[in-house]
Design a protein around this ligand. Structure first.
Ligand code: ATP
Length: 865
């Protein structure tokens, strides 16, 4: 059988029993069932059993197995059972948590998975790319990701970047012509391949292969696309954990040697060392970090920001510059035509008269060089273009009827680099090039002007008048489009070179009001030490007017255009960049330079983008932000965050959430490590003093895995405080484990250790080793539960209150209930090796346990004043 590229369009269509109207929905459903989803099965996931087994390859588990062995030898069967049960429970919890985290990442992924436009039952539909089946008619346009392999049926200047397959970075022109003979993939110009990007033009394609049957599917096993890299925080915690493990091993060795020297039996000495190891290893740490991050991303998704890369949650907290598009992000993207300038006069849109030939040319240009329309009263397509359709409808001119009457002969689509769009139509029997676009671009290509008196060469005076009018519109924050046309030769095919020697017709200005929440969000950003910068394709004056309205542009700031930026040296840019708050008429390359310059100055930059050419800038920025509604698939693919409401204010919310997640993680780490520190100090103290062993491994396991996890998670759920945006962004270079942080951990751990040892001595005096250990265990557990409240915030509990975080009260209550069950239920008492306590002893435990928290709270109150 010959390859698809060697067959004609009709042959391919026949093979799939399909027309250009696409499959029927029944047929598509049947094919989906038969062929499976259009997805790559890259990077196989671990099975549940594999995940479960992998939980045992952990230092703690190995130490616990040793502990279980020793317990067995010392004839303590029950303890052995508890330890084995704990190991299994720990593995089950680890597996559940792993699967949950995987699921939450998957759900985020599916939220951000690409869509495809297809014909089904003769109608254009947008469907998730996984539902695309062979034989589907795929409609491609600039900015789309190609989601399946396909044979091109029509190409309208279609250009595709196939670098992911061929390594060739320049785009390839595509056409529908049949290719004879065998050619390599890169030369199959009548085919498109999954994972390539449409960089220009439009195309209609019949899908020939989906999922693993695509060319990229064949090499997908080589790619490890689904593997999520660890975040910097996870990496630094991993490093910390392995360093900690080394230190623990050394100390354990010393403690063991010390016990042997003191002539303690070998098994008891070993138990001492094991207890120390269990006390010190922060087993809950990495799972708490994952849980808090996962919960944070879910919250952000509910608040319209989808995090694609977990790393972004951390970087968000460090963002110090936000470069944002204007149209649609800071403004509503609801364009309405305001004024029309034609024949030297400013008219209201209602005053346009279809019988006036000059007006008619303007109208034709406006609604024919235009791909927007109205379906069921709803605007479809680019809002700028839609406003022109709406304007025409107001004077009862139906664009759909006109378009049916006059077929488009050729087109050069709009792109944000060129800032023009051109089409070719036959007007009054004459082939005519109609163009609309940015005035500054179009005016340079204009040689004549059309007025009510006819066509004449454009004078300097005409030019000046047009520019003056443009300035007036722009100063009011209006977007201005210019319209021009030219007759062309019968056989002239239009190309970029054709866009010159125009006859000027007029200007149309449109209003796009700022979003209501923009002003407040800009103020929030500034309060948070973040520099908001507007980057737009629009005119400088228009952009500055809007930037002033919402507070981005302040007195003394600068506005710079793309060409002005091009003329600047890096040194000049570096010296001015802090004052530039508006970049207008920028090209996508300018965006990269702006990101680069801010990054050179040590800033963490967030950059928004929606177009196909924005992808490199989005990748370069620390946080690339794509628009969920208006953004191209290519930009979404390159971004690390997607805004489902395209709203600037959502970025600020996401930054606040990012800061909060980081702060909560840090607090949870402080809670866990300071608690462990108390345990370590307790064991060390008794070992050095030659006292009996203060905690059995089951005690420490009980605390570390049960009573400590709940407050740690509750700390991770702490809602944002008001002062979150009052601080400057965090320095990205500053690690989490700073000197101050470690000192706090040491001091707080020492406080808890002191009261725990006080309880230990009380027990020792009153009843010996067993009671001492019970009292030490109960005190350590309770003190750590109280300490959960300290770690919620740097502020005192009286300032933040209990009501803001019910989880933390719940975690405390649950921990206390668990502890008391162990202390008073006979079976558990036996299993957890605890002795009977009198009411007075219980009272002293409670009082001792509260002391560290009282001290820490007093210090916080003093610091607040
Ligand atoms: P932002 O980058 O903030 O989204 P923008 O939407 O104004 O800004 P572009 O869409 O690149 O940026 O538009 C740049 C300029 O191109 C506009 O100011 C306008 O003059 C012109 N323009 C915009 N849309 C069209 C269109 N559909 N056809 C022709 N010209 C257009």
């Amino acid at each position: 059988m010959s390859d698809w590229y060697q067959q004609s369009e009709n042959e391919v269509l026949e093979k799939f029993h399909v027309t250009k109207d696409g499959h029927t929905s029944e047929m598509a459903a049947e094919l989906l069932e038969k062929k499976g989803e259009n997805v790559l099965e890259g990077g196989k996931k671990k099975s549940t059993l594999q995940v479960f087994l992998s939980q045992f390859a952990d230092l703690l588990v190995i130490i616990l197995i040793i502990a279980a062995g020793i317990s067995m030898f010392t004839g303590n069967q029950e303890s052995t059972l508890v330890i084995v049960a704990v190991i299994i429970l720990n593995a089950i919890l680890g597996t559940v948590q792993h699967k949950k985290a995987e699921k939450s990442l998957d759900s985020l992924k599916s939220l951000s998975s690409p869509t495809a436009k297809v014909m089904r039952d003769g109608q254009k539909l947008e469907i998730p790319s996984k539902d695309v089946v062979p034989g589907d008619i795929l409609l491609l346009e600039a900015g789309d990701l190609v989601v399946a392999d396909g044979r091109i049926l029509n190409s309208y200047s279609l250009q595709v970047n196939e670098s992911s397959l061929t390594g060739e970075s320049t785009s390839v022109d595509k056409s529908e012509m049949v290719i004879e003979g065998e050619v390599p993939l890169a030369d199959r110009v009548n085919m498109v391949y999954s994972s390539s990007l449409v960089t220009y033009g439009r195309g209609v394609v019949v899908v020939t292969g989906t999922g693993m049957e695509t060319e990229i599917g064949k090499i997908a096993t080589l790619m490890n696309a689904t593997k999520e890299k660890k975040t910097p925080l996870q990496v630094s915690l991993d490093q910390f954990s392995s360093k900690l493990a080394m230190v623990i091993m050394i100390i354990c060795g010393i403690v063991f040697a010390l016990s042997i020297y003191r002539k303690m039996p070998i098994l008891d000495s070993l138990m001492f060392a094991v207890a120390l190891a269990v006390a010190a290893i922060p087993e809950a740490l990495s799972s708490i970090v994952t849980i808090v991050q996962a919960m944070g991303t879910q919250k952000m998704a509910r608040e319209h920001a989808i995090i694609k890369k977990l790393k972004a949650v951390e970087s968000l907290g460090c963002v110090s510059v936000i470069c944002s598009d204007k149209t649609g992000t800071l403004t509503q993207n609801k364009m309405t035509v305001q004024d029309v300038y034609v024949d030297g006069q400013v008219l209201r849109p209602d005053d346009i008269d279809i019988r006036n030939q000059l007006h008619r040319y303007l109208l034709y240009d406006a609604i024919l060089t235009n791909d927007s329309t109205i379906v069921d009263g709803k605007g479809i397509g680019d809002p700028t273009e839609y406003s022109l359709v709406e304007m025409a409808r107001k004077i009862d001119l139906r664009e759909d009827i006109i378009r049916d009457m006059m077929p488009r002969l050729e087109e050069i689509p709009f792109d944000s680099d060129r800032k023009l769009m051109s089409t070719k139509y036959r007007l009054h029997g004459v082939p005519t090039l109609l163009t609309k676009g940015a005035l500054d671009v179009l005016l340079d290509r204009t040689t004549r002007i059309r007025t009510s008196k006819g066509i004449r060469p454009m004078s300097d005076e005409d030019r000046k008048q047009i520019l003056d009018q443009n300035l007036k519109f722009s100063e009011n924050g209006l977007r201005v489009l210019a319209f021009a046309y030219r007759e062309v030769e019968e056989d002239e095919t239009i190309s970029l070179e054709s866009e010159s020697d125009y006859i000027f017709i007029g200007l149309i200005s449109m209003i796009d009001p700022p979003r209501e929440e923009s002003t407040a969000a800009v103020a929030d950003a500034k309060r948070a030490g973040i520099r908001p910068v507007m980057i737009t394709g629009d005119h400088k004056i228009t952009a500055t007017a809007i930037a002033k309205q919402i507070g981005i542009f302040e007195e003394g700031d600068l506005a710079v255009t793309g060409p002005e930026l091009d003329a600047m040296s890096d040194e000049e840019l570096d010296s001015k960049i802090r004052r530039i708050s508006v970049y207008a008429r920028v090209s996508p390359e300018n965006k990269i330079r702006i990101v680069d310059a801010w990054q050179r100055l040590g800033h963490v930059v967030s950059m928004t983008g929606d177009g196909v050419n924005d992808a490199p800038a989005l990748k370069k920025a620390d946080i690339g932000v794509a628009m969920g509604i208006t953004g191209t698939e290519v930009s979404k693919d390159a971004a690390s965050m997607i805004l489902t409401d395209d709203n600037f204010a959502t970025i600020i919310k996401a930054v606040a959430n990012g800061r909060n997640v980081y702060r909560n993680i840090k607090n949870a780490i402080q809670f866990l490590l300071s608690g462990n520190m108390a345990g370590i100090l307790g064991v060390l103290y008794t070992s050095v003093m030659g006292l009996p062993i203060p905690f059995a491994p089951v005690h420490l396991l009980f605390i570390n895995l049960l009573t400590d996890s709940l407050p740690a998670i509750a700390i991770g759920m702490e809602p944002a405080e008001k002062d979150l945006l009052a601080e400057a962004p965090r320095d990205p270079k500053e690690g989490i484990l700073t000197k101050k942080f470690m000192t706090d951990i040491l001091v707080q751990g020492a406080l808890i250790a002191v009261v725990t040892m006080a309880a230990f001595h009380m027990g020792l005096n009153a009843g010996g080793g067993a009671l001492a250990s019970t009292m030490a265990f109960a005190t350590l557990t309770s003190a750590r539960l109280f300490h959960g409240f300290n770690c919620r915030s740097k502020h005192s509990i009286f300032r933040i209150g209990f009501r803001k975080n019910w989880y933390s009260l719940g975690a405390f209550a649950a921990g206390m209930i668990l502890l008391n069950l162990v202390l008073f239920v006979p079976v558990l008492k036996r299993l957890f090796l605890v002795s009977a306590l009198t009411a007075a002893q219980w009272g002293s435990i409670f009082l001792l346990a509260v002391i560290p928290t009282v001290i820490i709270q007093i210090v916080k109150i003093i610091r607040e004043h």
